[in-house]
Design a protein around this ligand. Structure first.
Ligand SMILES: Cc1cc2nc3c(=O)[nH]c(=O)nc-3n(C[C@H](O)[C@H](O)[C@H](O)COP(=O)(O)O)c2cc1C
Length: 194
């Protein structure tokens, strides 16, 4: 099983990526689980321009394929302006509709304060619901007070471990099947499939 971490931060020394790495470390403790971290800051993604996903080239094409090939995910973004970063959203705009269908996804976000913790519920979760992914109930949200230099708040570290375990547990329970009833098909452009 391949669990992919997706970090939507473009900053150096990203706290979001650090938390995702914790979740991946916990998931990777389980037998048969490989993990990988995809950081949008390290890839050269073009902006989604509405073309069909298979028509992108280069790094953009490689990232689309990498995401589609994974079995489970932990996705995270810094909160920017009460929502995810533009870079994070752009990656999801590039993906084919079926890329995450029926797969488990853990959610995570970091912010400057606790003011925007519910952005996980009204920004991140609906985005993953579009893809008909199974999001893990509960999520990790950390803010400035949880990071003291290199030290991470132990409650947050424990939440990361739990999230990693739950992603693997749900992936096993699903056994690669099922995504519930289909939504109506959404075309990228009239006459073009998604
Ligand atoms: C452009 C910008 C907008 C931000 N907007 C918010 C916000 O709306 N709410 C919040 O809690 N933090 C906000 N922050 C703070 C970041 O979410 C926070 O520092 C985060 O932990 C950075 O994560 P990173 O280290 O992974 O990049 C903002 C930061 C930037 C640079």
């Amino acid at each position: 099983m391949r669990v992919l971490g997706i970090s939507g931060s473009l900053s150096q020394g990203s706290r979001t990526s650090r938390l995702i790495a914790h979740v991946l470390a916990a998931a990777g403790q389980h037998a048969g689980v490989d993990t990988e971290l995809l950081e949008v800051s390290e890839r050269r993604l073009v902006f989604c321009d509405g073309r069909r996903p298979e028509l992108y080239e280069g790094d953009t094409r490689a990232v689309i394929d990498l995401v589609a090939a994974a079995d489970a995910y932990v996705v995270g973004s810094p909160i920017y302006r009460g929502s995810v970063t533009g870079a994070f959203k752009n990656l999801f705009d590039l993906l084919p509709n079926e890329a995450l269908r029926g797969k488990p996804v853990g959610l995570l976000a970091t912010g400057g304060s606790d003011h925007h913790f519910l952005a996980i519920e009204h920004q991140l979760r609906p985005l993953l619901s579009f893809f008909r992914a199974y999001t893990i109930p509960g999520a990790v949200y950390a803010h400035n007070a949880h990071f003291q230099g290199d030290r991470l708040d132990e409650t947050i570290a424990e939440q990361c471990r739990l999230l990693g375990d739950e992603i693997v547990r749900l992936a096993h329970a699903l056994g690669g099947r099922g995504a519930g009833p289909a939504y109506p098909t959404i075309e990228r452009k009239p006459g073009e499939r998604a």
